[in-house]
Design a protein around this ligand. Structure first.
Ligand SMILES: [Zn+2]
Ligand SMILES: [Zn+2]
Length: 220
């Protein structure tokens, strides 16, 4: 890729992997790969998906395209607790080195889109971004901020530190997300009444279905 081979020899390969996972090439894949590469470089992590896979936690502030690219490049996963989505609607990610405690927050600059459009005035906005985000320097695209992150033991990868049961709904709560009120243990939903869904009916048994042998053998 023009302008990058000496700086980012692995950029093209990582972008290909990101596109394969995400399903399409978009500006978010390019920005996401670059944010991740920059974050890793800032922390001095060179093998995040191999030898150093337990050293990194990343907080991503958006649940759009770029989050997938950051996941692919860093090897961090929601299901491994190494990727946290804190959805602020911002193109930003914070990389935390678990051994050194060093953390950097990378933000895509507010005027990156304008810069991309100015660079390629003949292209439409999307095409200009795709082209420009490959070529623009990190300095033109991102800010880097040293931060510290208070990562609590119950938020780290590893076995759950506590398992509780809500006295109201009876559901199991892992990882110290339970809330104590008047000496009783509740889930957050029952404790606060705040919930992302509206109850339409009481819980019921699933509709009975036979599990097909092919599915059984695939999951074993
Ligand atoms: Zn996308
Ligand atoms: Zn509950």
């Amino acid at each position: 890729m023009k302008g990058y081979p000496q700086l980012y020899p692995e950029f093209d390969d990582l972008l290909k992997e990101a596109i394969a996972f995400h399903g399409h090439l978009c500006a978010g894949q390019i920005i996401g790969v670059r944010i991740a590469m920059l974050g890793l470089r800032e922390l001095g992590i060179t093998d995040p998906r191999g030898k150093e896979s337990k050293k990194l936690v990343v907080f991503v502030e958006i649940d759009r395209c770029a989050a997938d690219a950051i996941m692919i490049v860093t090897g961090c996963r929601v299901g491994r607790r190494s990727m946290k989505i804190v959805d602020n609607g911002k193109m930003a990610a914070t990389f935390v080195h678990l051994e050194t405690g060093k953390a950097v927050r990378i933000v895509s600059l507010w005027n990156a889109r304008e810069k991309a459009a100015a660079r390629f005035p003949d292209l439409d906005a999307t095409a200009a971004q795709k082209q420009a985000y490959r070529e623009m320097s990190d300095i033109d695209l991102f800010s880097v901020q040293e931060v510290s992150v208070d990562l609590k033991p119950e938020d780290l990868p590893g076995r759950p530190l506590r398992k509780a049961q809500c006295v109201s709904c009876g559901e199991t709560i892992l990882d110290m997300r339970d809330v104590e009120q008047d000496g009783q243990v509740f889930c957050k939903t029952c404790a606060s009444g705040k919930i992302f869904y509206t109850v339409q009916a009481p819980p019921r048994a699933p509709i009975a279905q036979r599990i097909q042998p092919a599915l059984l053998s695939a999951s074993s």
